[in-house]
Design a protein around this ligand. Structure first.
Ligand SMILES: Cc1cc2nc3c(=O)[nH]c(=O)nc-3n(C[C@H](O)[C@H](O)[C@H](O)COP(=O)(O)OP(=O)(O)OC[C@H]3O[C@@H](n4cnc5c(N)ncnc54)[C@H](O)[C@@H]3O)c2cc1C
Ligand code: SF4
Length: 501
């Protein structure tokens, strides 16, 4: 029986982040482990309110009050089992999820402090590793059916694990040289050290999942070959088509890049260096894309922009500006606009924002300014207002508000336009919709025997949604292959986050 008064006795507390000067001198995670005493205290704040809105906030339907109480009572083995019953990779979500569950926690009503659900989750996830090193759970019987999973991000990996455990033979095809999707080369180590991916991959491998890296489906192996070799195919290729701004004067200057080019280059250097001092980050053709000693301007206000900010400081940037088109959000939920338990529009301060740099809101770039040699030397910005008219965004510059910000390196982190246009799509006979995503039927099939999940289906989203869609698509594939019993399907293809209207 949970403690109904725990939240009255304890305030919400998170473990202290590592000090800024220490953490920007390495690439290790920002948060140290919380320690058992703190995490049991925080789990005690969950009062088991009776109608756990946090379940609806979490796309995976994580059984949050159950495992909070198991942690409160020190029943770690049962907490590990309870968490893994709904989430294949809590070590990823516990570190990276923005925690819509916390926005939906009853303790958050009226501006109060929700339970530290995400922190409890990561401590349970790490306890699982410490206790039995992620014991493999291979299927006892093989079904003799075979599935190809294209793309090794969290959607593909979650589906692969579900299907392998159900007895199917699963092969994951990945065009990169390492498995993990955006977890591997998109998200920096200071948010997710790659040892967590490697430990999970060891478990999946022991459960029978086969991995083929350096294989681009549609190029190195055709859709026809894949269909001939496998009984079903899951497409989980992400939404990696970066939005650009080709109409802005100066876009072609040297030093103006997509944010992902910067992040991938930096992550590859860190991966190659191990614990040693990383070398300068470069593009595949050798062009430097390192922030060391540079004035960096990051355009965009989301996860990708914050990751570029953290990377720029670790690389030794001379200064960083982060530009956002929209005005500075409020620090508290506006209940008229985003009533509890929906996800509120509020100012989000990532750990990277503690580390330096200046955020500039309600501005738009008018020009990338040439230094006379074809290299960017500044961005010219104007203050703007943004309105939605008939669903279209109208950006209006305020006359006389223009100014320059020095810039040697400009990073475009202005979002993604859906899944990439690539040969695989035509070969499988699927088309990008108006949002650049691939539609599916209610049973997750994009076309007969070809299923789709994750960002490729939903558009650029979150890890928790990718895992939820991967699990649900695996359940549909299991049914399609005539598998015995049902696998869990936490979401259907039409499911959307909690919204007021
Ligand atoms: C910089 C950045 C930071 C982020 N931070 C967070 C965060 O903190 N929290 C959070 O919840 N979400 C975050 N996200 C979003 C999150 O990473 C994605 O929603 C999630 O990774 C999507 O998973 P996925 O499996 O659908 O696709 P992805 O992770 O994108 O993986 C798709 C994989 O498919 C492979 N692929 C594509 N085409 C082919 C082909 N033809 N053949 C073989 N392989 C192919 C790609 O190489 C890639 O490895 C972030 C995103 C970015 C870009
Ligand atoms: S996966 Fe995300 S939404 Fe679900 S319980 Fe964990 S932090 Fe909350």
């Amino acid at each position: 029986m949970p403690d109904p008064n725990g939240f009255l006795r304890y305030d919400r507390r998170l473990p202290a982040r590592r000090p800024v000067p220490v953490r920007i001198s390495d690439w290790r995670e920002v948060y140290p482990p919380a320690g058992e005493e703190l995490i049991r205290e925080q789990a005690t704040r969950c009062m088991d309110c009776g109608i756990p809105f946090c379940h609806d906030g979490c796309p995976l339907g994580n059984r949050i009050p159950d495992w909070n109480d198991l942690v409160r009572t020190g029943n770690w083995d049962a907490a590990v089992d309870s968490l893994h019953a709904t989430n294949n990779f809590p070590e990823f979500t516990g570190r990276l999820c923005p925690a819509p569950c916390e926005a939906a926690c009853v303790l958050g009503l009226g501006g109060q402090q929700p339970v530290t659900i995400k922190q409890v989750e990561v401590e349970i996830a790490d306890a699982a590793v410490a206790r039995d090193g992620l014991r493999p759970r291979p299927a006892s019987v093989s079904t003799g059916r075979s599935v190809a999973v294209v793309g090794s991000g969290p959607a593909g990996l979650a589906a692969a694990q579900q299907l392998a455990r159900a007895g199917h033979t699963v092969t994951v095809y990945e065009r990169d040289d390492a498995i993990g999707g955006l977890l591997r080369y998109g998200i920096p180590d200071f948010k997710l050290e790659k040892q967590h991916i490697d430990k999970r991959l060891a478990q999946l491998t022991a459960e029978g999942v086969r991995f083929r890296t350096g294989v681009e489906v549609g190029v190195d192996v055709t859709a026809e070959q894949l269909r001939a070799e496998h009984d079903a195919v899951l497409l989980a290729c992400g939404a990696l088509q970066g939005r650009d701004t080709p109409e802005t004067p100066g876009r072609a200057l040297r030093g103006v890049h997509q944010a992902m080019a910067h992040l991938v280059a930096a992550n590859r250097v860190v991966a190659a260096a191990g614990d040693g001092k990383p070398a300068l980050a470069t593009l595949p053709d050798g062009t430097p894309i390192d922030a060391a000693g540079k004035h960096v301007v990051i355009i965009g206000g989301g996860d990708t922009a914050a990751d570029c900010l953290g990377v720029a400081h670790r690389q030794g940037a001379a200064g960083v500006h982060q530009l956002d088109l929209y005005p500075e959000p409020p620090t508290e939920r506006d209940a008229a606009r985003d009533p509890w338990p929906t996800w509120p529009w509020v100012l989000r301060n990532y750990p990277a924002h503690e580390e330096g740099g200046e955020r500039v809101f309600a501005v738009a770039v008018q020009e990338f300014v040439d230094d006379g040699t074809g290299q960017v030397r500044a961005v010219r910005i104007a203050e703007v207002t943004v309105e939605k008219v008939d669903g279209r965004r109208i950006v209006t510059a305020l006359p006389g508000s223009e100014r320059e910000i020095p810039a040697d390196l400009v990073l475009l982190a202005i979002g993604f336009e859906g899944t990439e246009e690539q040969p695989l799509l035509a070969q499988f006979g699927v088309n990008r919709n108006g949002r650049g995503a691939i539609d599916s039927r209610p049973d997750w099939q994009a076309t007969d025997g070809v299923f789709v999940a994750g960002d490729m289906h939903r558009g650029a989203s979150l890890i928790v949604w990718a895992i939820a869609e991967g699990r649900a698509a695996a359940a549909a594939i299991h049914t399609y292959l005539g598998g015995v019993g049902d696998l869990p399907a936490p979401v259907d293809p039409a499911r959307q986050p909690l919204a007021a209207r």
